[in-house]
Design a protein around this ligand. Structure first.
Ligand SMILES: [Mg+2]
Length: 337
């Protein structure tokens, strides 16, 4: 790697509408783009897209690390500290794409429905556009009102469609049982995502074992050890949402999920086209088959998405020219900060 060069540029992107999170509104997504080049004119792209709320390093930690150790990261990616999960993923994917042929993939995408009444109309519109996989957040309205909404959606849900429900850890075990009881027989509900908060995985596994609608882990898998715990400690048997851009080193990831590809769902974390491409490339490599959760494309309109919010996400939507364009714009903007 002696002829290789690593360059990086920080960026900020404003959400179309500030994102409401448990820790308050989120106005701007900050990340760092990486470009690796060798002496022969080849380029590899990477993106550090941290989400500390999901167990990755913060943007500031990634910046501090790169300022001090970017050359070390380039020469010895394995030396990037484990807690820098987003940085490690970005460096490794940038390096590994340097001499890899362009990836070819196609995934079905999931679309997030708005809450309340608007969800019915949105379902209809998205169906017209060809979407077959829909997601609705739970734990927003009163349970009875929310159940009525799910039932109304169910009534108009097309035969071949899948509805995913995401509770973001807002349920108690009792509430979860109440939901499962009322949703019984609704076999096109793909799963309830993260019903209980992290720390309650054995309870979720127990309830999952009883049968009925599957439960998926999302928040529980955050951080350096989440995935390892899922396999080795909790012996999780349900679907797993992988926010690939913040899962750290690739080799341990490949080893851990081996034989489990049918249960994997790849999910985005507000990346630009570069991070989206790299995470989908890895999802493809891991054998992910189910519809991916890249509905975050709707959260930006700055032209840096590359991919379009369409029922199918394909590698043909992006190309190195788009990555270069985003890179140039980021460099231009950052030079003015
Ligand atoms: Mg989720």
């Amino acid at each position: 790697m002696t002829d290789c060069r690593l360059e990086w540029v920080p960026y900020e992107r404003s959400f179309v509408v500030p994102l409401q999170t448990a820790s308050g509104p989120w106005f701007e997504r900050r990340g760092i783009l990486l470009r690796v080049s060798d002496g022969e004119g080849r380029e590899g792209w990477g993106e550090i897209a941290p989400v500390p709320e999901f167990g990755s390093e913060s943007w500031t930690q990634a910046m501090v690390y790169l300022k001090e150790s970017d050359q070390e990261a380039l020469e010895h990616p394995e030396a990037v500290p484990a807690y820098l999960t987003a940085t490690r993923f970005a460096i490794e994917t940038a390096l590994s794409s340097l001499d890899a042929p362009p990836a070819e993939f196609g995934f079905e995408n999931t679309v997030l429905l708005p809450g309340g009444e608007a969800s019915l109309e949105a379902l209809h519109e998205r169906r017209e556009q060809g979407f077959r996989c829909y997601k609705l957040k739970l734990g927003v309205l009163e349970p009875a009102a929310e159940l009525a909404l799910v039932q109304a959606l169910w009534d108009v849900l097309p035969e071949e469609a899948e509805l995913r429900l995401d509770a973001n850890g807002s349920f108690t075990a009792r509430q979860l049982r109440w939901w499962l009881e009322h949703l019984e027989g609704m076999d096109r509900i793909g799963f309830i995502e993260q019903p209980l908060p992290p720390g309650h995985e054995s309870t979720m596994q127990r309830i999952l074992d009883e049968g009925g609608i599957p439960l998926a882990l999302d928040e529980s898998l955050a951080g350096v050890d989440g995935l390892q715990q899922a396999f080795e400690e909790w012996r999780w048997t349900g679907p797993m949402i992988l926010k690939l851009s913040i899962l750290g080193a690739l080799d341990p990831l490949r080893r851990r999920v081996q034989g489990a590809h049918e249960r994997l769902i790849a999910s985005s974390v507000f990346e630009t086209a570069i991070g989206l491409y790299q995470s989908l490339r890895i999802a493809h490599e891991l054998g992910v088959e189910r519809a991916v959760g890249y509905g975050t494309l709707a959260f930006f309109d700055d032209g840096w998405n590359g991919f379009k919010l369409e029922p199918q996400l394909t590698s043909t939507m992006v190309c190195p020219e788009i990555f270069r364009e985003i890179w140039n714009q980021a460099c231009h903007r950052w030079s003015k900060v």
